[in-house]
Ligand binder design. Structure first.
Ligand SMILES: [Zn+2]
Length: 134
């Protein structure tokens, strides 16, 4: 994992804490990242771990930023039986902060839909020169 350069992050807001620590969910359609189409990397706001690449982001229409895959080893999963449903919860592998859920109705080749709260992601657009020199 060499892409942990993070653009900078401050203390978590109460809303971010609610999501990461207490498995909160942002209102659908509320995250500006729903409309983010630039190439770049999505980081955990709590610890700065690189979690998702723009290459795996797609428009699921769910109202939450959706990805069909994660950066290798960056995201952990566990079964979540809350709210009378069995879902698979996803969290940052480094700080264990809650990110969202993963569903099995995504596009090929993974067939997965990582449905993530944009509030707890920090997007850093890719600087082209940086990618080349690494
Ligand atoms: Zn984290």
């Amino acid at each position: 994992m060499t892409q942990n350069s993070f653009c900078g992050f401050g203390p978590l807001s109460p809303v971010q804490k609610q999501i990461m620590d207490h498995h909160g969910t942002e209102p659908p359609g509320s995250s500006p990242l729903n409309h983010e189409k630039r190439a770049g990397t999505y980081y955990c706001v709590q610890c700065g771990e690189a979690l998702f690449s723009s290459r795996e982001k797609y428009e699921s229409g769910s109202g939450w930023p959706s990805f069909c895959d994660v950066l290798k080893g960056a995201v952990g999963v566990r079964e979540d039986c809350s709210h009378g449903m069995t879902r698979t919860e996803v969290h940052c592998a480094r700080c264990q902060g809650h990110l969202g859920h993963v569903f099995h109705d995504g596009p090929p080749p993974t067939g997965l839909r990582y449905c993530v709260n944009g509030t707890v992601l920090e997007f850093c657009p890719q600087e082209q020169s940086q990618e080349e020199t690494l």
